[in-house]
Every structure is written in C-alpha cells, then in structure tokens.
Design a protein around this ligand. Structure first.
Ligand SMILES: C[S@@+](CC[C@H](N)C(=O)[O-])C[C@H]1O[C@@H](n2cnc3c(N)ncnc32)[C@H](O)[C@@H]1O
Length: 289
C-alpha cells in the first residue's frame, strides 16, 4: 500500500487516510505512531527529516502495521506494550490493554498505603501487572502478590516486574481469585472482568475482538467476579485491611450490596477522569474494622 521511496510525510498522510477510512479517531496521531514503530523515525519532525524516504523494508512494515490497525487491532497490541501510570508494560494476547480508567483504582489504593510504611498487597486478576506494579513503584516498602487464572498473562506480569526492577518485591501465582491462598494482606486490589456477557460482542472492535474474553466477561449481570471475590477475601485480609475494586459504569450500588452482604462497609468511592464512579474501597465491618 505504501510504495518504497515514499517520503515520511507523505506516508503519514497515506496511513492517516487509511485509518480514518477504517473509522479510527485521531488517525493522524496513530499514523505517526505506526510509522515510528515501522521505521524508528518520527514523521512529526519538521523540514528535511519528514522528506526522507522509506526504503522497501520500511514501506512493507508500515503497510503491514497499518493493515492490522485498520482491522481495529489496538495500537498497544500491535506494539506489544501499553503505557500505564508512567510505566511501559509488555503485553501478550492474554493481557487486557491497560486503561486510563484504572488510574482511579491506583489512586484510591495509594491513599490506603502511607508512604514509607511496609504493606502486603494482593492483586486479584493481576493481568500484566498493571495495578500491582504501579503500586509497588510508588511504595518502595511494599510487597505484592498477583493472582491470575491465565498463566500466559502471568508470564507478562513476571517479565514486567523484572524489567521494572520490582521482581524482588512481586510474586505471582496462577489461581482462581482467593481460592487456596494462604497469608494475609493489608490491601487487596482487583480490577476484575465486569462486562455483562451479552454486552461483550457489542464493545468496540478493539476490545471485543482483541482483548481476552477472560478479562472482560463478568457473567450474566457482570457481577460474578465480585461475588466470588467478596465471598473469599475476608479470609486473607489482616484486621482493619481494605479491599479496593474497579467497577463498570453504574455498578456501584450492586457491588456495594454484594460487599455489604459479605460483611464489608463502603469507605470511599472514587471517580475516573470522566467523572464516572470507577473505584470502591471497602473495609470489614464489625469490631475488627
Ligand atoms: C479486567 S482484567 C484486569 C487486568 C489488570 N489487573 C488491569 O487492571 O488492567 C481482569 C483479569 O482477571 C483475570 N481473571 C479472570 N477470571 C479470573 C479468576 N477467576 N481468577 C483470577 N483471575 C481471573 C483475567 O485473566 C484478567 O487478567
């Protein structure tokens, strides 16, 4: 699609047109990022740099990447890494692409972790390490355990922990939520799958076709994971410990009801950058809490 000898600037225009025709917002920016991935050069550079030509291998690579993006594969998946909380996280097909919405959960969790104090953190559904590694980066005295049902997602999490220099404070294990877990934690965090099963296919193609179903599908009403997590999490919490969970749009009342039925009380609700309630913090009710 892009002939060898095309200038960087012209290639960017061609790619942007292709991506726009495929219904991609901000096609210009994405075209620039794809070209940088294909050539190592930035088409936003002014002057003669933008007039350098793509050689045959670069043109072939750029065309192939553009075809993938036009088929609505997300840029992060094409690049094999996603940015979250200032970290570059390696991703594989079993990993959810990190979402900016999840910053609300990280922010809520950090409020529960006083700087300079040791803490034991459990991340249920850790994926590529998104939440746990962000927290460990911010709290050098903390340690963490990440659980996931996907062995493949855990491979990415372990790799990210090593790359970020956090491997000595982060452990990972394959498992189903808290099943079989021993030990106790000051804070349990989770961004579980919370999309109602019937809605998964109607999500944007980037999500429906490319994010793993295991990371999206929350069962018939989207709440299965919360039921399982709150039923088991009390056993692995230290007295006075907290549970912080991400939620989908409109799920705050239902998730609160599930948590309360399991002996927790809501302590905080945080919203994402769009003002949508996105993270709930619970504490065990009763004399210990
Ligand atoms: C929405 S993704 C969150 C990934 C990452 N923590 C984040 O915030 O981006 C949910 C994660 O839960 C995992 N998962 C799904 N069912 C699970 C289960 N029963 N037990 C443990 N992990 C599970 C998925 O594999 C996926 O990595």
């Amino acid at each position: 699609m892009i002939p060898a000898g095309t200038t960087l600037a012209a290639a960017r225009r061609l790619l942007a047109d292709r991506l726009a025709a495929a219904g991609i917002d901000d096609a210009g920016t994405e075209a620039r990022l794809l070209l940088k991935l294909a050539t190592g050069r930035d088409a936003a550079l002014a002057g003669s740099a933008a007039e350098t030509c793509l050689d045959a291998a670069e043109a072939t690579r750029a065309s192939a990447l553009a075809a993938r993006r036009a088929a609505r594969e997300p840029f992060a998946r094409i690049a094999g890494c996603g940015a979250f909380h200032g970290l570059d996280l390696a991703l594989n097909p079993a990993c959810l692409v990190p979402r900016d919405d999840t910053e609300a959960l990280v922010d809520a969790a950090l409020r529960l972790l006083p700087a300079g104090e040791p803490a034991a953190i459990l991340d249920l559904g850790v994926g590529p390490g998104t939440v746990l590694l962000a927290l460990l980066t911010e709290r050098p005295e903390a340690r963490g355990l990440g659980i996931d049902l996907s062995a493949e997602a855990l491979e990415a999490a372990r790799r990210n922990a090593v790359t970020l220099g956090l491997a000595d404070r982060a452990d990972f294990a394959e498992g189903r939520w808290t099943d079989g877990l021993s030990g106790t934690f000051d804070l349990v965090v989770s961004n579980p799958p919370y999309i109602p099963a019937r809605d998964c296919d109607a999500l944007a193609p980037e999500v429906a076709l490319h994010d793993p179903r295991l990371a999206l599908d929350g069962g018939a009403d989207g709440l299965d994971a919360y039921r399982a997590i709150f039923a088991g999490v009390g056993r692995v919490l230290k007295p006075g410990g907290h549970v912080a969970v991400e939620i989908g749009i409109g799920q705050a009342p239902d998730v609160t009801a599930i948590a309360c039925a399991c002996g927790f009380r809501l302590e905080r609700l945080s919203s994402d950058l769009a003002g949508i309630p996105r993270a709930l913090v619970f504490r065990q009710a009763g004399p210990a809490g």
